[in-house]
Ligand binder design. Structure first.
Ligand code: ADP
Length: 269
C-alpha cells in the first residue's frame, strides 16, 4: 500500500483532522515488475544473436576462414541470426503498438475469409511439414482491426504447423455461439504439459528453448495473440495434452461500431 495523509480544517472553527489514504498499488508494482522483466529479456534476446553476428563477422573480416565452404557456413549463420533479430525487433514493435494504440475497431472482418487467406499464406510451410489444414464453419462477421486479427490467425496457425508432427493436422473452425464469434484452432501436435500451459502466453516464454530455437520463432507470438484478444475485448482459452495435441479457442464480441449503427438507423428512418 502507498499511504499519504492530508490535514483538513473545518470551515467555521479552528478544528482540524487528518485523513489518511491507503492506496492499493499491487497492480502498479506488478506492471512495473513486468516492464522491468521485459526490458531485461529484450536486452538478453537481442544480445544473443548480435554476439554471434559480431563474432563470426569479425572472424570473416580477419580472413580466418579460408575454405569456401567455411565462409558459406559462417556467412549463413550470420544471415540466419540477422533474420532472427529482425523477426524479434518486428515482434517487439508490434507488441508495443498493440499496447499503446487507441481502440479503433472499425474494420468489417470476416473470420472465415481471414482463416482461408492465412491458410494460403501458410500452405507452403504446411506442405513442407506434411501437415493437413482444414477450415470449417460459416461466414462470421465482426468489427475489429483486420491486420491484428490476421496476425492472430497467422500466429496460432503457424504454431499449430510448427509444433505438429509430420503428417499431422490442423483444423480451424469458425462460428457463432452464445452471441459471440469464435475461432477454434485444433492441432494434433506435440502438445503442452500442464506446468507450461499457464506460462506460454508470457513474453519470451518457450517450452523447450533449444528445440524451439531450431523450429524458429521469437517467443512473443502468443503474447501478441493475447494482447490482440484483449484489444478486441475477447477471451482466449487453451486445452492441451502432451503428444496428443492442442486446442486454442478464441471468443470475440461482434464490436458493432456505434457510428455504423447510427448511420444504419438514419437510413431506415
Ligand atoms: P514461438 O515464437 O516460440 O512459437 P509463441 O509465443 O508463439 O512463441 O509460443 C510460445 C511457446 O508455446 C512455443 O515456444 C511452444 O513451446 C509453445 N506452443 C505454442 N503453440 C503451440 C502448439 N500449438 N503446440 C505445442 N506447443 C505450442
Amino acid at each position: 500500500y502507498r499511504t499519504f495523509a492530508n490535514k483538513v480544517y473545518s470551515e467555521n472553527t479552528l478544528d482540524f483532522g487528518i485523513i489518511i489514504f491507503f492506496v492499493d498499488v499491487t497492480e502498479e508494482i506488478q506492471s512495473e515488475q513486468i516492464r522491468r522483466d521485459f526490458s531485461a529479456n529484450v536486452s538478453h534476446e537481442l544480445k544473443t544473436p548480435l554476439t554471434t553476428i559480431k563474432g563470426f563477422g569479425e572472424l570473416l573480416e580477419n580472413g580466418i576462414f579460408t575454405k569456401e565452404e567455411d565462409v558459406k557456413k559462417y556467412g549463413g549463420m550470420i544471415y540466419r541470426e540477422s533474420e532472427r533479430l529482425l523477426y524479434l525487433i518486428n515482434d517487439i514493435i508490434r507488441l508495443s503498438q498493440i499496447e499503446e494504440q487507441e481502440h479503433v475497431l472499425n474494420d468489417k472482418i470476416d473470420l472465415l475469409k481471414t482463416a482461408h487467406d492465412v491458410e494460403e499464406i501458410l500452405r507452403h510451410k504446411a506442405d513442407n511439414r506434411e501437415v493437413t489444414m482444414t477450415i470449417e464453419g460459416e461466414p462470421v462477421q465482426i468489427y475489429g482491426n483486420q491486420s491484428y486479427i490476421t496476425e492472430l490467425f497467422l500466429n496460432l496457425m503457424d504454431n499449430a504447423i510448427k509444433y505438429n508432427h509430420e503428417g499431422g493436422s490442423l483444423k480451424v473452425t469458425v462460428g457463432i455461439e452464445d452471441g459471440k464469434a469464435f475461432a477454434v484452432f485444433s492441432d494434433t501436435g506435440i502438445g503442452i504439459s500442464d506446468e507450461h500451459q499457464s506460462r506460454i502466453f508470457e513474453r519470451f516464454y518457450r517450452v523447450d528453448k533449444s528445440r524451439s530455437k531450431k523450429i524458429g520463432g521469437t517467443g512473443l507470438g502468443l503474447s501478441i495473440v493475447k494482447h490482440i484478444v484483449a484489444y478486441h475485448s475477447g477471451e482466449i482459452s487453451l486445452e492441451s495434452e502432451l503428444e496428443k495435441g492442442t486446442t486454442i479457442t478464441v471468443k470475440l464480441p461482434f464490436n458493432e461500431p456505434e457510428t455504423q449503427q447510427a448511420e444504419e438507423t438514419a437510413v431506415t428512418e
